[in-house]
Design a protein around this ligand. Structure first.
Ligand code: HEC
Length: 139
């Protein structure tokens, strides 16, 4: 009798064990599926889809500072053609107009300021970021 009981227990354990092994491999499969979405891939590391990561760096939203430096500083760093100069109270004066108005004139151009500051591939959000960056410079 005792032998049968332990055999049954062993059998039960065996089933329980294989069930938990099954569960573990399911968890792993789920973890694997989730991981692919959130995993970090350093640009240039082509062992993990570096090529796929590159467009994010090239086409994603650029930082406000990047836009300012590469697209707006040409005029706004020096005050060329009467552009409100970066890091001066001129931007505090402009800021009084409100972002909506500043963004609208940056998009359409104003005075000697060409439409979009000549940044034709800048999104409205990127223009606004660059404007905010210049506004912040006056503080
Ligand atoms: C070719 C020179 C030039 C470039 C490049 C340029 N700006 Fe300007 N910007 C000006 C000038 C000049 C003014 C002043 C216009 C005026 O008030 O008559 C000005 C004014 C502005 C104003 C104030 C508008 C207002 O309503 O008072 C904003 C905002 C602005 N620029 C944003 C930008 C942004 C953002 C960029 C970069 C994407 C940029 N500018 C690039 C020349 C430039």
């Amino acid at each position: 009798m005792k032998k049968i009981t332990s055999a049954l227990v062993a059998l039960g354990l065996g089933i329980a064990l294989s069930a938990s092994v099954q569960a573990t491999s399911n968890d792993e499969a789920v973890a694997e599926r989730i991981k692919a979405v959130g995993s970090v891939c350093i640009e240039g590391d082509d062992s993990c889809g570096g090529a796929a990561a590159a467009p994010v760096a090239a086409g994603g939203t650029r930082s406000s500072e990047e836009i300012y430096t590469s697209k707006c500083a040409g005029c706004h760093a020096t005050g060329a053609a009467g552009a409100p100069k970066y890091g001066t109270p001129e931007w505090a004066d402009r800021g009084a107009k409100g972002m909506e108005s500043l963004l609208a004139s940056a998009i359409s151009g104003v005075g000697a300021m060409p439409p979009r500051g000549l940044c034709m591939d800048c999104s409205d959000e990127e223009l606004q970021g660059a404007i905010q960056h210049m506004l912040d410079s006056s503080k």
